[in-house]
Design a protein around this ligand. Structure first.
Ligand code: ADP
Length: 385
């Protein structure tokens, strides 16, 4: 049962192959066999004109490694599953049609993924293809968390609600956190912070997502590499009245805001280095991002009615001791504190590390969305759903 996991972006396709070895939790028994990325798809001067060529290149690599004929299932990461998909789902023509109808909800993210699924199905019609949705883990949000206080028909007619994203990662690190704490996930109150280029927080109660910071789209919530996170919607109308076009404002909020908007760089390593050199804009970017994170942690402790652990993951969460300290150190009154030396030296790639010294644990956990997608794809195929 070898699984190929595909993650299609607008100009890239990431892939990873897993095969199960032995019995037990698939998260532990799946072995990563190979993986890589095809980049520059459709870009000027690129050798890879489109997603079909990109997948051909991946198929050739797998053939060379003698893996192509071993594949038994292909798992696809899909960003937006709307309300239609709250479980990993075997792709058929009806699923494709529903995904096409969802594209207006995720115009930046879903179309390249759909293209990837179409091409992959054409290439390997003999295999089951499973769609695993970033939104699915948040299918358990209660109404009071997912509804916005806007006219009812915006929800009924236009699908305006909180969907939440990064669900595969929040789900994965919550499971790993339970393993690390040696307690059943079902009894734990966790706040998971996925801090990569995109960033989101999730309140996880007994393994179920009960609130999350991203909303209708991945734009809401935390300060990200290039996305603003929360802003007053009036900012948009103000700028439109000042003469910017809707497209310019949308692009600016998605691509020119967040860390890059405040400091000039979307890369936290560069922002931290500039701040250490005394750059006030870089220092401000870190402060704004940390302030937003602390607000969400406080809010989610209130939502959960308690806290067993805060979990840091994603490139920044796993590697930035400075950001972890900036979030946790001021929250001693909420039962959070950390060991500065363990925080500075921890390496989550060998397994979760507890850097906390307060009543709640502070865990650093390396995420592995591809592994989670592989496990869920296998489970979906074996249960036939
Ligand atoms: P993506 O969301 O694209 O998967 P990642 O999860 O890899 O991104 O996170 C990328 C972010 O992690 C970047 O801002 C990068 O600067 C940051 N990062 C990676 N390593 C470090 C580090 N050692 N210190 C601070 N930030 C880091």
């Amino acid at each position: 049962m070898t699984v190929l996991v595909l993650n299609c972006g607008s100009s890239s396709i990431k892939y990873e192959v897993f095969t199960p070895e032995g019995d037990g939790d698939p998260l532990d028994t799946l072995q990563a066999v190979t993986g890589g990325i095809v980049e520059g798809i459709g870009e000027a001067g690129s050798q890879v004109p489109d997603h079909a060529a990109g997948l051909d290149a991946i198929a050739s690599r797998l053939r060379e490694e003698g893996l192509l004929d071993d594949l038994s299932v292909i798992g696809h990461r899909v960003v937006h599953g709307g309300e239609a998909f709250t479980q990993p789902t075997i792709v058929d023509d009806a699923v494709i049609e529903t995904l096409e109808q969802l594209s207006p909800l995720a115009p930046l993210h879903n179309p390249p993924i759909l293209e990837g699924i179409r091409v992959a199905r054409a290439l390997r019609p003999d295999l089951p293809h499973v769609a695993v949705f970033d939104t699915a883990f948040h299918g358990t949000l209660p109404q009071e968390a997912y509804r916005y206080a806007v006219p009812q028909n915006w929800y009924d007619d236009h699908g305006v609600r909180r969907y939440g994203f990064h669900g595969t990662s929040h789900d994965y690190v919550a499971r790993r956190a339970a393993q690390a704490l040696g307690r059943p996930l079902g009894v734990l109150k966790l706040i998971t912070l996925h801090l990569g280029n995109g960033a989101s927080a999730c309140a996880v109660d007994g393994g179920r997502s009960v609130d999350t910071s991203m909303g209708l789209s991945p734009l809401e919530g935390l300060v990200m590499g290039t996305r603003s996170g929360d802003v007053d919607p009036t900012v948009i109308f103000h700028l439109l009245r000042e003469g910017l076009s809707p497209g310019e404002v949308e692009t600016a909020l998605n691509r020119q805001s967040g860390l890059v908007g405040l400091s000039g760089s979307n890369d936290m390593r560069a922002v931290e280095a500039a701040a250490a050199d005394g750059d006030p804009a870089a220092e401000l970017a870190i402060q704004v991002a940390a302030h937003r994170l602390r607000k969400y942690v406080g809010a989610y402790i209130a939502v959960l009615g308690g806290l067993d652990a805060v979990v840091f993951t994603g490139g920044i969460g796993e590697h930035s001791a400075r950001m972890r300290a900036a979030v946790v150190e001021p929250l001693g009154h909420l039962g959070l504190s950390l060991d500065a030396a363990v925080n500075a030296s921890c390496n989550a790639s060998d397994g979760p590390v507890d850097i906390g010294t307060g009543s709640a644990a502070v865990l650093v956990v390396a995420t592995d969305e591809e592994r989670m997608i592989a496990a869920q794809s296998l489970e979906c195929v074996s249960s036939g759903s």
